[in-house]
Ligand binder design. Structure first.
Ligand SMILES: Cc1cc2nc3c(=O)[nH]c(=O)nc-3n(C[C@H](O)[C@H](O)[C@H](O)COP(=O)(O)OP(=O)(O)OC[C@H]3O[C@@H](n4cnc5c(N)ncnc54)[C@H](O)[C@@H]3O)c2cc1C
Length: 503
């Protein structure tokens, strides 16, 4: 284990993408192997010293920020193994928690395979991606990180280790799960609350017949240290094409998206090769487009919003498919001059940079203003998107604070960002966000569909599960992390870990 204490050296570990300041820790421990981690956690448990696990610190919710105790970094466990092919046209790759997403994707691609999850920030570590169940634009077709985690090697705060394989251990009908570690058997019981049946990254996973591995995915460092993962790869597409369509009218854009979703779902279910079948469907509102207009002056001035799409192609049908997209655009009165088109991967990469420029610009503003980011991560059930967008627009208009909305419209999952320029505005933004969350919950949605809860969103999660939900979560965490040292304050407030506190 490498221990760093020098303040100027460890400063970099106290900032993530949330804009939260004031993080600190006595030291940063950089693990060099599994035994390092195991021994370190035993010592920290005995001394009751909080441990914050960090990945690449690209998270949005301050979940990787320490407020006291020590930081544990997995950056040196970054091995990327060889690809092992299976007879069912899939492959597996074993990676260390500190491997960067980009390096994994490149290795898969160079060997004809694809690791589909694509959270836009490729410098993130896979350990961070798994701990947040990250997803991205291609989640519309391929789902989140969870769907590609085949096995995990984890270490608990008592120093015990376990190798958990997908499909081996499930909860019983009462939510009990029993599994082995190298130091004995653990018995846990899933928390009792109901998760929505949509894309979700809020709260511990607890669906019926829960696979044990899913409990750790999205647990934001609170249950264990993830040291290694076996990831599933799928065959890479032959080509990919896509575009950005600029609409003068939001209703038209939403109707277009609904139609594409309908056709894509049919194509997926019926495994149709020659059909429109979007890989991603992304939305940018007018303010989001205006934010990057200086870099992209050709964005039409009358654009009210934009829809970006991608489609993957596995045979020679690309021309036929492009033709189908153009035909459907015509049906929704889209003129050719309102479409930017990319007919291959290299061209499409420019659009992905366009897409990435929006959160990057937001982060710059957040850094400049020195006020934390207030950005929603909600998703709502099918048919409820217009309701929530209308609600947000009304609230934003009343507030007068600069805002913009973009995100994964294919999954009814949008990031509405309200950018405060001072502390007063920040407080207003938080209140606004709470109102939005209440509305989302009324619509049976989730307050976080991909970034998780971290330290900034407890109050929003409370809207979903109430204080009883927090108590359930605290009990659940302690069944893995008896000394309650791991990533305190992530997901639920740390007070709930201490029984004496009344709520
Ligand atoms: C410009 C930009 C765009 C982004 N776009 C997306 C997007 O499209 N989709 C998306 O989902 N996210 C997105 N993010 C957020 C971020 O990239 C993800 O949350 C990512 O998964 C965080 O990974 P990380 O390695 O940086 O983890 P960190 O931020 O360091 O940590 C995140 C959480 O994971 C825990 N953790 C990290 N490693 C481990 C481990 N080995 N074991 C246990 N717990 C661990 C930490 O304790 C913390 O709770 C974006 C970020 C930026 C800056």
């Amino acid at each position: 284990m490498i221990i760093k204490k020098d303040k100027s050296t460890i400063q970099n570990y106290f900032q993530d993408n949330s804009g939260v300041s004031g993080a600190y820790a006595d030291s940063v421990a950089i693990a060099e192997n599994e035994d390092d981690i195991s021994n370190f956690l035993i010592e920290m448990s005995e001394k009751q010293i909080p441990v914050t696990i960090v990945g690449a610190l690209t998270g949005n919710t301050a979940s990787g920020l320490a407020f006291g105790g020590v930081v544990l970094s997995l950056e040196n466990l970054n091995n990327i193994g060889e690809i092992k092919e299976n007879s069912d046209n899939t492959a597996f790759i074993t990676v260390g928690a500190g491997a960067r997403l980009n390096d994994i994707k490149v290795k898969a691609y160079q060997n004809g395979w694809m690791y589909p999850p694509d959270p836009t920030e490729k410098s993130a570590f896979i350990g961070g991606n798994i701990a947040t169940n990250a997803s991205g634009s291609r989640g519309f077709k391929f789902g989140p990180t969870r769907d590609y985690v085949q096995a995990l090697k984890v270490i608990f705060s008592d120093g015990s280790k376990s190798f958990i394989q997908r499909g081996k251990i499930f909860s019983d009908k009462n939510g009990n799960i029993t599994f082995d570690t190298n130091k004995g058997t653990k018995h846990i019981k899933l928390p009792e609350y109901k998760l929505p049946h949509i894309k979700n990254a809020a709260g511990y996973y607890n669906y019926p017949d829960c696979d044990l591995i899913d409990v750790f995915i999205g647990s934001e460092g609170t249950l264990c240290v993830i040291v290694e993962a076996v990831l599933k790869l799928v065959p890479c597409f032959k080509e990919v094409f896509g575009g950005i369509i600029f609409f003068q009218n939001r209703d038209n854009a939403f109707m277009f998206v609904d139609k594409i979703k309908l056709i894509s779902k049919k194509a997926k279910v019926e495994r149709l090769r020659n059909s429109i079948n979007a890989m991603s469907l992304e939305y940018f509102d007018k303010n989001a487009l205006d934010l990057i207009r200086d870099d992209y002056p050709l964005i039409p001035l009358d654009a009210e919003c934009g829809i970006m799409f991608e489609q993957d192609v596995y045979d020679d049908s690309i021309d036929l498919l492009i033709d189908k997209w153009y035909k459907i655009m015509q049906k929704y009165n889209v003129n050719d001059d309102k479409v930017w088109f990319a007919s291959n991967l290299a061209e499409l990469e420019k659009f992905r940079i366009f897409r990435h420029a929006i959160p990057e610009h937001i982060n710059k503003i957040v850094k400049k203003n020195k006020v934390p980011k207030v950005g929603t991560d909600f998703a709502v059930p099918e048919g409820k998107l217009s309701d929530i967008v209308d609600f947000c627009q009304k609230e934003f208009k009343n507030s007068g604070i600069f805002n913009l909305t973009f995100g994964h419209i294919g999954e009814n999952h949008l990031h509405a960002n309200i950018l405060a320029s001072n502390e007063d505005e920040y407080e207003k933004c938080r209140k606004l966000y709470i109102d939005i969350c209440s509305q989302v919950v009324k619509l049976k949605g989730t307050v976080s569909a991909e970034h998780g809860i971290g330290k900034l969103r407890h109050i929003f999660l409370e809207k979903m599960f109430g204080k009883e939900g927090f108590k359930e979560m605290a009990k659940f965490k302690k069944s893995f992390d008896k000394s309650a040292i791991l990533c305190q304050d992530n997901i639920f407030p740390r007070d709930y870990l201490y029984e004496k506190v009344c709520h």
